[in-house]
Ligand binder design. Structure first.
Ligand SMILES: Cc1ncc(COP(=O)(O)O)c(C=O)c1O
Ligand SMILES: Nc1ccccc1C(=O)C[C@H](N)C(=O)O
Length: 427
């Protein structure tokens, strides 16, 4: 696309945007009485206007039906989660029975590792991306210790080559192959939280399986952001939080994927609870765990209905937007526009002050651009915040900015970049 550094150009793009009406379905934070420039869907997606009503409906069911709400009403709570698993499955490229929603992300990472990390004398190593989100590192390390192993001898982290900031797929595949005798699990982020790099998950899955190990993914930054084909890629399992690009609210419920090839595998451990029991017999309260077929059999505890209601409000918007394909098209243009404008600032300055560390190829990134500030980084971030641009800061010098196609505009992106240029004069 031929971008222009010009407000009129940005407004023309917004005018022509087939998704332009979706912004009004979200509550945009205010700054000095105007919409803030919210570029932080990578951390917390915005609240759907309808969220209050979805929540109020369930509070009313609780008020009117109380315990009968589990079995009666328009949308009985017992199967309430089923009304959104189809939409979620569509977003991650799964069959509906391969997806369920439960707990929070790190909890689910642990539970899925109970099933898919079973080290023995021969295969015990875990391969992950260097610089993964700390919670994932802590989860892996504690799982390894739980099995009586030392993380130092067990967890292999792959880091970029010297002088590079992102990982090369060839290096990931080579490391998998080099460790094929001892590898038990490859557990990668879909998109790295710091650099915004979107990994080649199909290639990683294929290489992992060729090495005789399981492939699992933390899709916190990928779900609802980039197209995924978990079923067709043959990934063994995945989990993600829904409060980022899926807009389910702070601490919103997490999703899991288990490939159907594992449904009948009696060898897989799982930590069981009655919510994962086969639904037709759950209330017989019989001894002996008999799981529901599919990912739903990994559930443990009673569904948190208020959280599901919030999630449902957001999934209805994704459904109306027609799924991820249209969103992705706009996303590529929006993020591309931000990249173009930032590069324009660098050109004007005659040096790279805002170094984008996220890959330039749209195939290798989602909404997010991670920008290293070479000068007065924290002061620039603060200047942006004071002027209504909400991104986030990651130590030591990275500003993350994520234009989200459902609610951000080209004008948002234009204003953010204009303020990034102004900041260089102001701080
Ligand atoms: C990649 C990744 N993993 C794990 C987490 C932690 O998730 P939670 O606190 O919901 O367990 C986050 C975000 O907080 C994340 O980005
Ligand atoms: N759950 C949170 C609670 C408080 C503050 C941030 C978060 C995030 O999600 C951070 C995000 N995972 C990140 O990529 O940095």
């Amino acid at each position: 696309m031929n971008y222009q550094n010009d407000l009129a150009f940005a407004r023309r793009q917004d005018e022509q945007d087939s998704l332009k009406n979706f912004r009004s379905r979200f509550l945009i934070p205010q700054h000095n009485g105007e919409d803030a420039v919210y570029l932080c869907g990578n951390s917390l997606g915005l609240q759907p206007v309808s969220a209050q009503q979805y929540l109020a409906d369930q509070l009313n069911t609780w008020k009117n039906l109380a315990v009968e709400g589990w079995f009666q009403g328009d949308d009985p709570w017992l199967d309430y989660h089923k009304s959104i698993t189809g939409s979620i499955a569509g977003l991650v490229g799964a069959q509906e029975n391969e997806v369920t929603i439960m707990n929070s992300l790190t909890v689910n990472l642990h539970l899925l590792m109970v099933s898919f990390y079973k080290p023995d004398n021969k295969r015990f190593k875990i391969l992950m991306e260097g610089g993964a989100f700390p919670s994932d590192q802590y989860a892996m390390e504690s799982q390894v210790r739980f099995h009586g192993l030392d993380p130092k001898d067990t967890i292999i982290e792959i880091f970029p080559r010297d002088g590079e900031v992102t990982l090369r797929t060839e290096d990931i595949l080579k490391t998998i192959d080099e460790n094929k005798e001892e590898l038990a699990l490859v557990l990668f982020g879909g998109i790295n939280y710091y650099t915004g790099q979107f990994f080649d998950l199909k290639a990683i899955t294929d290489a992992t399986h060729a090495a005789g190990a399981y492939a699992g993914f933390d899709l916190a930054h990928a779900a609802g952001n980039v197209p995924l084909q978990l079923h067709d890629w043959g990934a063994d399992f995945a989990c993600w939080c829904s409060y980022k690009y899926m807009n389910s609210g702070p601490g919103g419920i997490s999703g899991i994927f288990v490939h159907e090839k594992h449904f009948a595998d009696k060898e897989l451990n799982r930590f069981a609870g009655w919510w994962g029991y086969r639904r037709d017999k759950q209330f017989l309260m019989a001894p002996g765990f008999d799981p529901e077929v599919g990912a739903a059999g990994w559930q443990i505890s009673t569904s948190p209905i208020p959280l599901l209601a919030l999630f449902k409000a957001s999934m209805a918007i994704f459904d109306d937007a027609g799924g991820l394909d249209t969103l992705r098209q706009k996303s590529i243009h929006l993020t591309g526009y931000l990249e173009f404008l930032i590069q324009g600032i660098n050109k004007e300055q005659g040096e790279v002050i805002y170094k984008i560390i996220t890959p330039a190829d749209p195939v290798a990134r989602g909404c997010q651009l991670s920008v290293v500030c070479k000068r007065n980084a924290k002061a620039i971030f603060n200047y942006l915040a004071q002027n209504g641009v909400i991104g986030d800061w990651r130590e030591p010098d990275v500003i993350r900015l994520s234009p989200v196609p459902l609610y951000n505009t080209f004008e948002d992106v234009y204003q953010a970049a204009r303020l990034m240029a102004d900041a260089l004069k102001a701080v």
